[in-house]
Write a protein that binds this ligand. Structure first.
Ligand SMILES: [Zn+2]
Length: 243
């Protein structure tokens, strides 16, 4: 279990409730897309909620996304909630491109957010991304990233859905615990799902180990996550204003 915290949620249901409340509080336009695969493990409804701040016809957009990999949403939802509570709508208003930040956890040193280029293998898009977030942005295409070269990325959808829009995109990948612990938690979780799905104790253990592997419940880690999340959004809005 995660300790009570104003931003970082203890469950998907709490994350959703807080996100929607904060979005309403900011006057955001909200669209909820129900997930037919639900309900979740606790019987909760599953959905993707989208909150839009600023002009409906904004030409430049910052998109902050979390929960791409379920358990990593404990971290990403905290960043989103903190941002919704602060100065964001004014910062992005009036902007013709998309700056995309997709929050992940589980790779790299604890508390360090690696900015990993998340677009396709395209020189111009990578250059635009590094111009925004700095030359330290890593890439799976040149081997500079902690992440392996993967396929089926969420970012691929952008190119299909938004032809002609300039993209700058990163996965903000926060480190948690040593890689062996992450791998063991994943392996045990898969083993329980495959071999002991009816064993409630084993399922609870697997769930707790996954949580421990993908979220670090300390004040220091959470402060580091929020500071880097805020900095990533500030750089995106600055790039829009400078553009
Ligand atoms: Zn991930």
């Amino acid at each position: 279990m995660i300790r009570p915290d104003p931003d970082f949620p203890a469950s998907f249901a709490q994350a959703r409730e807080r996100f929607l409340a904060a979005a309403r509080g900011r006057g955001a336009r909200i669209a909820s897309h129900d997930n037919a695969a639900g309900p979740g493990l606790d019987g909760e409804a599953l959905a993707t909620d989208v909150a839009v701040l600023g002009a409906a016809d904004a030409r430049h957009v910052v998109l902050v996304q979390s929960g791409t990999h379920g358990v990593e949403g404990y971290c990403g939802s905290g960043v989103q909630h903190a941002l919704l509570r602060e100065v964001l709508s004014r910062e992005v208003r009036g902007a013709a491109s998309l700056h995309w930040i997709d929050v992940h956890t589980g790779l790299g040193p604890a508390g360090h957010g690696e900015l990993i280029y998340a677009g396709r293998d395209d020189t111009a898009d990578l250059a635009r991304t590094r111009a925004c977030w700095g030359p330290t942005v890593t890439s799976i295409y040149d081997g500079s990233s902690t992440s392996a070269k993967i396929s089926g990325m969420v970012g691929n959808a952008f190119y299909e859905e938004c032809p002609g829009t300039a993209l700058a995109a990163v996965a903000l990948e926060y480190g948690t615990v040593p890689m062996d612990e992450v791998r063991d938690a994943l392996r045990f979780d898969h083993w329980v799902a495959a071999h002991a799905p009816g064993d409630a104790t084993a399922r609870a253990n697997a769930r707790e180990r996954m949580l421990q592997a993908f979220f670090v419940d300390t004040d220091g880690w959470k402060a580091a996550i929020l500071a880097q999340g805020r900095d990533a959004v500030a750089k995106a809005t600055a790039a829009i204003r400078a553009g």
